[in-house]
Structures are given as C-alpha cells and as structure tokens.
Design a protein around this ligand. Structure first.
Ligand code: ADP
Length: 297
C-alpha cells in the first residue's frame, strides 16, 4: 500500500516538475520572441491578462518601446547632422572657388610686399578651407552610400609608387628620405580611393616626421589580406591617443602647430571599411609610427 502511495507521490511530483519546466520554457521562448521582435522593430504586446507574466511582459514592452524610440531618434539626429554637413559643404564650394580665383588674380597684380604677403596668406587659408570642404563632401558621400567604390583585383606596386610620387617633392624639401620597397603582390581594391587613403597616411608621415627622418612604404602579404605599411621615424603616438586619432576632427595635443584639421584618418578609415578592409596603427613614442592598410586578397 505504502509503495503505491510513494509511486503516486513520485508521479505527481514528476508531473509538477515537467509542467513547471514547460511553463518556464514557454516564458523563455516568449521573452526571446519579444527581444527578437524588438530588435527588428516589430514588437507589440500580444496577451493582456491579469497574470504576472502579462504584467512583466507589458513592463518589458514599455521598456523596449522606449529603447526603440530613442534608437530611432538617435538615427534621425545622425541623419540630420550628415545632411547638414553635406549641405554646408556643397553651398560653400562655389564661394571658396571664387575666393581662390580672385586671390590668384590679385597675386598677378603689381603689389607692395605687405599686400602680397596678405594675398598669399589669404590664398593659403582658402586652399586649406577648400581641402577641408572637399574631405567633408567625400566623407558624407561615403557615409550616405552615394559614392560607389569599385574594388578590383590589382597589382599593389603601381598603387605604392603613384602615391609616393605625389610626396617626393615635399619629402625632399623637408629633408626626409622616402623609400618604396619592391613588391609583387595583388589585392582587391579601388585604385582611386585606396590611393587617396594611402596619400592621407603619407601626408601625415611627411607632416609629422622631423627633418632627417625616414619614411618607408612596403607590403606584407597574409593569407586573406595584404598589409600596406607606411612607416615613419616621427614622434610616435601615445597609446591613449591611438583609438581617438581616427575620429572626425580629432587632433593630438602635441600637433596643434602643424597644419591640419583632423579628418584625414577618419576618411582613410571610411575608405577602407567601404571596401572590406581596415586600417591599424602601431607606434612607439619617440621612435615612430606605422600605419597599415589591410586590403582583402
Ligand atoms: P590631421 O593630420 O589633419 O591633424 P588626421 O586625421 O590625418 O588629421 O590625423 C589625426 C591626428 O593623428 C593628427 O592630428 C596627429 O596627432 C596624429 N597623427 C597622424 N599621423 C601621424 C604620424 N604619422 N605621426 C604622428 N602623429 C600622427
């Protein structure tokens, strides 16, 4: 008799445990479904009743709805900023081109020394403004996806030599040696835009490396990527600065004396991301920096 009572009790306990497990699994499934729906922006409360589950569900619904709203608002704010930058950039292009033209005409006139210096300074500043605006237009086009890159399999040697050729004069004028090491590798990249990214790195290397220094361009092949390195013997970048130098308008404190606006590396990173690559920096303070473009093979 006792054995039957024990069996019945064990059976009842098993039923209760199984029922409880099933309930828990259903609750978990529902939460999982709610989170999936919230993540895809389709969330709505399905069941309203007096149960505890329903009360938790409705509180979770409020929370998820608020989170979805703030994510949408954040995206809308970002879109507004992008549009604003792009509008300012486009609207200022023509007046700046005109300022440059008139300054050029002024410099062709007979001018006394002071006036010539003023006109030259004006031309210099207008050039800087033009280059900033051009970069902003490029970044906003890359961000909004309105600018197509066409990555193709190609030799890396012409990319390196054509980019380096643009800096031969500036490097020699500053007393820097600029060397391109031989390479026979290929990768998948958009020539025009990758050259722009590489030129940004070379421009920085020339700008920040003191006279007498060395700049070297080389390629290191890996299984999936080819690494294009721009090595310099400049001041280096402190560790805490390194993640920040790729942000828009960020300039390290010790570089305020050199010309620049802090968008070159930001653009470089965007160009690399748009073609399935990435950019990295390695640096030793006081010894130099190495910026590397990783291009897919
Ligand atoms: P910019 O050169 O116009 O300031 P970038 O976006 O190209 O803007 O670079 C951001 C910052 O990164 C620079 O202000 C500088 O502090 C640092 N940096 C970039 N390249 C180098 C380099 N080769 N050596 C030392 N510092 C560098």
């Amino acid at each position: 008799m006792t054995i039957y009572v024990c069996l019945a009790a064990a059976l009842a306990a098993a039923v209760v445990i199984i029922y409880d497990r099933l309930q828990t699994a259903r609750t978990m499934d529902r939460f999982e479904q709610m989170l999936d729906e919230a993540a895809s922006g389709r969330f709505e409360v399905l069941r309203y009743n007096e149960s505890r589950m329903s009360s938790i569900e409705s509180r979770m619904a409020d929370y998820l709805a608020a989170a979805a709203l703030s994510a949408q608002e954040l995206q809308a704010e970002r879109d507004k900023i992008k549009t604003l930058i792009s509008d300012i950039a486009h609207q200022t292009r023509t007046p700046i081109a005109n300022v440059l033209l008139y300054t050029q005409l002024l410099l062709e006139q007979e001018l006394d020394t002071d006036s010539r210096e003023c006109a030259a300074a004006l031309s210099d500043q207008a050039e800087r403004l033009k280059s900033l605006i051009d970069t902003l237009i490029k970044t906003s086009r890359l961000e909004s996806g309105t600018l197509d890159l066409h990555p193709r399999q190609g030799e890396l040697a012409p990319l390196l030599t054509s980019a380096a050729a643009q800096f031969t004069h500036a490097a020699a004028e500053k007393g820097l040696s600029l060397t391109v090491l031989p390479c026979g590798d290929t990768a998948v990249f958009d020539l025009k835009w990758t050259r722009e990214a590489l030129c940004n790195l070379l421009d920085n290397a020339v700008k920040y490396t003191p006279s007498g220094g060395k700049i070297t361009l080389s390629v290191q092949p890996y299984e999936l990527f080819c690494r294009v390195d721009v090595c310099d013997t400049g001041p280096g970048i402190p560790e805490q600065e390194r993640p920040r130098i790729f942000q828009r308008f960020y300039r390290a404190e010790n570089t305020w004396e050199s010309e620049g606006v802090g968008v070159g590396l930001y653009l470089t990173r965007q160009i690399m991301e748009c073609q399935g690559g990435f950019v990295k920096v390695y640096s030793n303070v006081g010894q130099g920096s190495m910026f590397s473009l990783f291009l897919p093979k």
